[in-house]
Each structure stands twice: as C-alpha cells, then as structure tokens.
Write a protein that binds this ligand. Structure first.
Ligand code: SAH
Length: 225
C-alpha cells in the first residue's frame, strides 16, 4: 500500500514541481549553461520521477543523490554541461553509457535525439526502463557492458559516458561517426576531467578538456543484481 501511494505521489507533476524546475533551469543558466535547448529540456523533464522516494523533496536541488545499487543520479549542472558540450541535434543517434536513473536519457530524448542507452547493473536497468516507459520516453535500452558500446546498431553521432572512465574506451571511439563527438569524465576514482573527443577523420581525433568533476566509476562487465 505504502509503495503504491509513494508511486502515485511520485508520478504527479504539480505546479510546485514546475515552478521548482523553472528556478533550477535559471540557476543552471547563471552557472554558465547557455544552450537554450538544454535549459528547456531541464525545464521540461520531471526530475522527481527519477529519484528514490527518500529524496524526492530534493529533486530540484542542483545535487547528485543515491539511486540504489551504490550509484547516483547526476547533478543537474553536470547533466546540462555534458549535454551542452555534445551539441545535441534532433534525430541524431546518441549512445549513452550508464543509464542509471534514466534522467540524462530523458533530457536527450526531450531534445529530439534517438537514444541508445546501456546499463551494467540489472536492478537499475529494469527500474529505469520501467520508469521511462511509464512516462512515455522510449529509448533503446540495453543491459550490458558499455565499455564495448553497441556496434550492432551502427555508428553514432554522439556518445555520452556518465561514469568516471580511467581512459576513453577505444571501442567507443570506433563507433563514433566522423564529425561526431564523445564526452566522458576521464580520471581515477577521486577526480575526473571532463573530456571532449571530436572525431575529425577515420583516424584522427581532437581532444579538449573542460574542468574537474566527480562521478561514480565506469566498471567493466555486468552485475546481475
Ligand atoms: N546518467 C545517469 C548517471 C548514473 S551514474 C543519471 O543521471 O542517473 C552512472 C551509471 O553508470 C551507473 O548506473 C552505473 O551502474 C553505470 N555504469 C558504470 N559502468 C558501466 C558500464 N561499463 N556499462 C554501462 N553502465 C555502466
């Protein structure tokens, strides 16, 4: 009973939620997010739908929160920053590594991208799939190891890694189209540098760095829990 009423409360998007989202989008604009399409997506996607029940009241704080299985929903600023650097265009094929809560996935979909998203933790994969589908978002979901990408669906215009990678997985650079962009936090478990890889030809990339962040780690293999 309790779980059900929790879910009902969670699935409501009230004027209060909408107002808090508007304030959050304005906060992100003040922190340097300039792409209006990213801010519009932040203003549209109900982040509280993606939070664990204990944290719903904090959904519009610009912070990361636990989502179970030792993972976190990324801070809205980080989601907006990574998305802005990717310069997402409608109908583009985007590969996301680390579905987590599904919030970043919803932001990409809201911007018109065709999203392919991979999660290595079974529990989170099932939860995000159910949640996104319940509110009408339909990416292609995969339970698997994002280190390997998803080559069977061809190449991608953009790739986003939402966990801290010790290095850029070569398989992902191979699955990026020429002219495409990959964004990843690269570093050890303490600190990562936001790294943008632009594929300028079949054999060449241009790499730029965009400040320090802290993510949960990108791990190899899958977890059936
Ligand atoms: N974008 C998500 C971020 C979740 S945290 C959100 O805002 O909710 C990062 C996620 O990456 C975790 O769910 C973790 O399980 C997942 N992950 C880590 N290594 C992975 C890998 N090799 N393949 C796929 N997912 C991975």
């Amino acid at each position: 009973m309790c779980v059900q009423s929790d879910l009902l409360q969670k699935m409501q998007d009230t004027y209060r939620h909408k107002g808090l989202r508007k304030i959050l989008a304005e906060e992100l604009r003040q922190k340097g997010i300039t792409d209006q399409r990213v801010l519009d997506a932040i203003n549209t996607v109900p982040r509280h739908f993606f939070m664990d029940s204990g944290f719903i009241n904090f959904a519009y704080k610009d912070s990361a929160f636990p989502i179970g299985a030792g993972q976190t929903i990324s801070q809205p600023y980080t989601v907006a920053f990574q998305t802005q650097l990717l310069d997402i265009q409608p109908m583009e094929k985007v590969l996301e590594i680390g579905t987590g809560s599904g919030y970043q996935t919803a932001i990409l979909l809201e911007m018109g991208a065709k999203v392919f998203t991979i999660e290595r933790q079974k529990e989170l994969y099932l939860k995000a799939k159910a949640q996104l589908e319940a509110i009408g978002y339909h990416p292609h979901f995969f339970y698997g190891d994002g280190y390997l990408g998803m080559p069977s669906y061809g190449s991608y215009s953009k790739i986003i890694i939402t966990a801290g990678a010790p290095e850029i997985p070569q398989a992902l650079v191979e699955q990026l189209q020429v002219g495409g962009k990959l964004i990843a936090p690269v570093g050890d478990t303490q600190k990562q540098v936001m790294t943008l890889v632009e594929k300028v030809s079949e054999t060449e990339t241009v790499i730029t760095q965009h400040g320090n962040f802290i993510f949960v780690p990108l791990l190899k293999g899958t977890s059936s829990r």
